[in-house]
Design a protein around this ligand. Structure first.
Ligand SMILES: [Zn+2]
Length: 298
């Protein structure tokens, strides 16, 4: 997955570079039809070659502006490639390190693949819109800290009613994690349960496994709205246990948002599930009750 994303980003960047080089070559070919340009340009390039041969650094800017002036008269664009990123000339790397343009492209693809339609930023979070802003501030800062941790806490449970800021908080978290170079995957409990049911009823072993694979292999999995799916005892519960248990054993972080409280979780699923989710050693369970003042006014 990670390699695929890197290859896609690099191919976009290199493609931009190739386009710029092709355009420059076309411009040069056109310009060389002009004898005056040809003379000025050859004068410039032969001095450049001479410089390189003798390791000299004589100033070529006058010769360069001379041919560039002629280009302007001919109304032809530059014969040098106009790279999108001037820092790395659209190679994606500077001295072996990823250039910012490559990082930006990677983040764009990771966001597209994540399933999040939009993200929010921790830095722009406002707490005065909440009834208990001080508490929410602490919750946000704890979660920001978690995003930069080595994920000893593998399960994050954000529990609370509608309109208390769970979605906003998870968007901030996803953004922070993507910025740190992690791959995040968003699913809803509903969609995941559909896949559980399909996997359960499939007779094809490969398909059975493939339907679960994305939940098992996602680097950081966000499960939205746990408890809104139609829980089929024996199916939902078993599959959900498998996903949570395997992820936990492999130390792969899972972030769950839910309207259910801890007791509801035990009642809706079972003891095994709640013990996977609620475990002081390896989980953080937060009650989100930042009642949004704007909603209360309605
Ligand atoms: Zn670059």
């Amino acid at each position: 997955m990670r390699e695929q994303i890197l290859n896609e980003a690099l191919s976009i960047i290199n493609n931009r570079g190739n386009q710029a080089e092709i355009k420059a070559l076309e411009n040069k070919r056109k310009a060389l039809e002009d004898e005056r340009f040809k003379g000025l340009y050859q004068d410039y390039t032969s001095s450049m070659i001479e410089n390189a041969k003798q390791g000299k650094k004589s100033d070529l800017s006058t010769k360069k502006s001379a041919y560039e002036k002629r280009l302007k008269e001919l109304k032809i664009d530059s014969v040098e490639p106009d790279y999108f990123c001037k820092k790395c000339n659209d190679s994606g790397y500077i001295e072996g390190k990823k250039c910012q343009c490559l990082k930006d492209e990677l983040n764009r693809i990771i966001l597209r693949e994540s399933g999040f339609v939009s993200l929010e930023d921790f830095d722009n979070a406002k707490f005065d819109i909440f009834e208990n802003g001080e508490y929410m501030k602490k919750v946000y800062s704890k979660m920001k800290e978690w995003c930069g941790s080595n994920f000893d806490k593998t399960v994050i449970l954000l529990s609370g009613g509608t309109g208390v800021g769970k979605t906003h908080l998870s968007k901030c978290m996803a953004n922070e994690l993507i910025k740190k170079g992690h791959l995040v995957t968003l699913t809803t409990a509903f969609k995941m349960n559909q896949d559980f049911l399909k996997s359960y009823s499939s007779r094809d072993l490969e398909e059975k496994q493939a339907l679960l694979e994305k939940y098992l292999s996602a680097e950081i999995l966000f499960i939205d709205d746990l408890g809104t799916e139609l829980v089929q005892k024996g199916i939902t519960v078993n599959f959900l246990y498998q996903v949570l248990n395997e992820r936990k054993s492999n130390k792969m972080p899972t972030v769950i948002t839910t309207n259910l409280d801890l007791k509801d979780i035990r009642d809706t699923y079972d003891e095994r599930i709640s013990s996977r989710i609620i475990d002081k050693q390896t989980s953080i369970c937060l009650q989100i009750d930042g009642k949004d003042l704007r909603l209360n006014k309605k």
